[in-house]
Design a protein around this ligand. Structure first.
Ligand SMILES: *[C@@H]1O[C@H](CO)[C@@H](O)[C@H](O)[C@H]1NC(C)=O
Ligand SMILES: *[C@@H]1O[C@H](CO)[C@@H](O)[C@H](O)[C@H]1NC(C)=O
Ligand SMILES: [Zn+2]
Length: 427
């Protein structure tokens, strides 16, 4: 059923309803008056009058109820249509941690294969309770074989959500019988192998630097990154991320190593504003990263600086609400996520991503859909969010960027044309 049919139907029903309401009110009055006149003469008439009134008012009641139900059903039809639209869009994922995307079932399989006790997820999601998974994930991914499996599953899950370009980030570490460098090689070779298959998803890698670890480790990671990035065969490695516990380490200590990465041509994204620390946000803005992760606790002025410098913001709705200590519902997302609201209201560049889909039990469709629901974005505006994300990718190859842009945007145009033909909106 198209929207215009629904609207016409509704208008018609409303008119009928108004007529019935008017007619029945008139009838009720007449009947009541007649009944009142006759009440002294014959009790029978009084009874008849009351019965008729009862009959008419109940007819009216059921009519209204039916009307309300129809309205609810139309709202549901509209919602379902938007949700299906969100699912079918070709999407882009820009902020996804590899190990945070681990499926619970796989985590427990891995633990079992190492003779470790299973992990029980917390009954309620909070940032703290979700992060209890990390030590288990750490001990579950012991070998490069385990890492390969996790990588392929991450790609499969993104591909299932119609993501066609994903930048996945991970902090390399030495696994059993292998080095940090081999960790990165393993992930990259999984990406290459994946690209030989028939999935449309293009995987890209961002190497993370953990701010809670010594700066010397950051140098190790960046050195590996630069080496792999400069290798002629490199296709997938695109950038560096600074992340980890925001209460530990300080940005300024990592400035030289990030500058080194940038000079080598790698793009930089920085986790920013996860806790209140205005002076650090200023330092990060002075560095002008290529993108900002979360950017939750910024002041209006800092937000404007990011926007004026055209630094795109990576918004991760579910994760952000947890960071802010809020429930993940539409009302919180609309009223308490200041950064997202400002992004939408001021047309700043932003993306919608998952952060840790495994940990937060979410996926790219859900995250985009939650924004659409909270801000009542119609299909045109949902598509607009994805359309703009094409310009924020770290992919350096011009041809690949052009293909990606074409794929995402041609699909959007097609889907919107179909919607227009169905009379979806007046646009
Ligand atoms: C993890 O890796 C080890 C060593 O390669 C392997 O024996 C084990 O089966 C793997 N676990 C799973 C669940 O794949
Ligand atoms: C690690 O190396 C040791 C010694 O070479 C070998 O016995 C063991 O099987 C290796 N483990 C894995 C998971 O490859
Ligand atoms: Zn993150």
């Amino acid at each position: 059923m198209s929207l215009s049919t629904i609207n016409t139907g509704l208008g018609f029903i409303n008119t009928i309803n108004a007529h019935i309401a008017l007619a029945s009110t008139k009838w009720c009055t007449i009947l009541h008056k007649t009944a009142a006149k006759l009440v002294h003469k014959r009790r029978f008439f009084f009874l008849l009058g009351s019965l008729s009134t009862l009959l008419l008012s109940s007819t009216l009641f059921f009519h209204n109820l039916k009307n309300k139900l129809l309205l609810t059903r139309n709202k549901k039809a509209l919602r379902d249509r938007r949700k299906a639209f969100t699912r079918s869009l070709y999407k882009i994922e820009l902020h996804c941690h590899l190990t945070g995307s681990l499926r619970l079932s796989t985590l427990n399989e891995l633990l079992k294969s190492h003779n470790l006790p299973p992990y029980t997820p917390p009954p309620t999601l909070t940032l703290k309770s979700c992060f209890t998974a990390f030590p288990h994930i750490h001990s579950a991914i012991k070998t490069v074989q385990n890492l390969s499996r996790v990588t392929f599953e991450c790609l499969a899950d993104l591909s299932y959500a119609n993501v066609i370009y994903a930048e996945i980030r991970t902090t390399p570490r030495a696994l059993l019988n292998s080095t940090k460098s081999e960790y990165i090689e393993t992930v990259l070779s999984c990406f290459s192998e994946w690209s030989l298959g028939d999935s449309k998803l293009l995987p890209r890698l961002i190497i993370s630097v953990d701010r809670s670890k010594p700066v010397s480790e950051a140098y190790e990671n960046v050195k590996i990154a630069v080496e792999k990035f400069n290798h002629p065969s490199n296709k997938c490695l695109v950038g560096i991320d600074l992340g980890g516990d925001p209460t530990k380490g300080s940005f300024i200590d990592f400035l030289p190593v990030l500058t080194l990465a940038r000079t080598s041509g790698l793009k930089i994204t920085v986790h920013c504003g996860e806790i209140i620390n205005p002076s650090e946000i200023d330092e990060i803005l002075n560095f002008r990263p290529d993108r900002l992760g979360h950017f939750l606790t910024c002041t209006d002025e800092q937000f404007e600086r990011a926007r004026d410098n055209e630094i795109p913001i990576e918004v991760c709705p579910t994760s952000n609400l947890l960071t802010l200590g809020l429930n993940s519902d539409s009302v919180s997302l609309k009223t308490r996520h200041g950064t997202l609201r400002k992004c939408i209201e001021t047309a700043a560049s932003f993306s919608i991503s998952t952060d840790d889909p495994g940990l937060f039990r979410t996926n790219p469709v859900r995250e985009l859909w939650s924004v659409s629901k909270a801000f009542e974005l119609d299909e045109w505006r949902i598509a607009g969010v994805v359309w703009d994300m094409v310009d924020q990718v770290f992919e350096g190859n011009r041809k690949t960027r052009a293909y990606l842009a074409r794929d995402v945007r041609v699909r959007i145009k097609k889907m919107l044309r179909v919607l227009e033909e169905e009379g979806g909106t007046e646009k």
